[in-house]
Design a protein around this ligand. Structure first.
Ligand code: SF4
Length: 291
């Protein structure tokens, strides 16, 4: 086979039926003998990926190649998935393009009809398909499908919860109930996330996610010694203090501890007031919670 073309990052515009279209960028395309293509996409993540025969990204890119190069009779689509050590592939023929175009059109038509319902709050759970992949979706925090799922849980916790749009309800009693349910559900979720991480740390291998370090924070236990070391590197104590953040609360307590008995708290408050008067106190925005 003679390789005629080897392209990277190929932008594909894909024409569908009924005036719909889509687009995508495939990682790699090689064309052999003018009529055979190898289309590859690298998946560096760990998630399970549908086989190219069923995968809508593979279908769309394949159709895009058939449409852009009309002489191509056969496209082999490959996913390169190093984390799984696998390269699932499927050979598509030009005769498949009507079926592929139909499949893609059906999906885009459905999505196009559902999004306005989402905006107008007329959507039903049957219109959506929440599943484990929702965790990758950019709509995860606003999707009504997830609200429908949580509603089932909410009804178990509080059967009297009214049949209203929970995302827009303003009745204080209902909002309070939702707040309480959210606290219960998030505590449950945090516990299970922690449990899964603990299991991974102890060596358990899950089918999909892998243990990933988020790094560890470092702190110095001896500031005096730190400043001496910095000085030996040519940084004066004054220069170091310019970039240091001295904890106001701890310093205030130290000052309070030096005051005579009965005056500790007063001295602490006086110290903070003095710092404030100097105009060197910067307060962050006040945080709130309900209790
Ligand atoms: S969060 Fe909603 S829009 Fe996103 S994948 Fe899940 S069901 Fe679909």
């Amino acid at each position: 086979m003679n390789k005629l073309l080897d392209l990277h990052e190929v932008q594909l515009d894909i024409a569908l039926d009924e005036g719909f279209s889509t687009w995508g960028t495939c990682d790699r395309l090689s064309i052999y003998d003018n009529d055979t293509a190898l289309l590859g996409d690298y998946k560096t993540g760990i998630s399970q990926i549908d086989h190219p025969e069923e995968n809508y990204q593979a279908l769309a890119y394949t159709l895009g190649v058939f449409q852009k190069w009309e002489n191509i009779k056969e496209v082999t689509f490959v996913f390169y998935i190093p984390q799984h050590g696998s390269t699932p592939s499927h050979k598509f023929k030009r005769e498949d393009i009507d079926e592929i175009r139909q499949k893609l059109t059906d999906v885009i038509r459905k999505a196009t009809s559902i999004r306005p319902k989402w905006e107008s709050n007329t959507i039903s759970i049957d219109d959506l398909n929440p599943n484990q992949n929702c965790r990758f979706c950019k709509h995860e925090d606003t999707c009504p499908a997830l609200g429908f799922l949580v509603l089932e849980v909410a009804k178990k916790i509080e059967p009297k919860i009214p049949e209203v749009d929970l995302d827009t309800v303003e009745d204080p009693q209902t909002v309070e109930t939702l707040y309480n349910i959210a606290k219960i559900v998030s505590a449950w979720a945090d516990r299970h996330k922690k449990r899964a991480v603990d299991m991974a740390k102890s060596g358990v291998a899950f089918p999909t996610p892998r243990l990933r370090s988020l790094g560890a924070t470092s702190s110095v236990t001896d500031t005096q010694r730190l400043l001496e070391i910095a000085e030996s590197f040519g940084v004066t104590k004054e220069e170091a203090l310019d970039i240091a953040l001295v904890p106001l609360g701890k310093l205030g307590k130290l000052i309070g501890d030096k005051a005579q008995k009965g005056k500790k708290s007063e001295m602490q408050q006086f110290f903070v007031a003095t710092v404030e008067d100097e105009g060197i106190l910067q307060k962050s925005e006040t945080r709130y919670t309900l209790s």
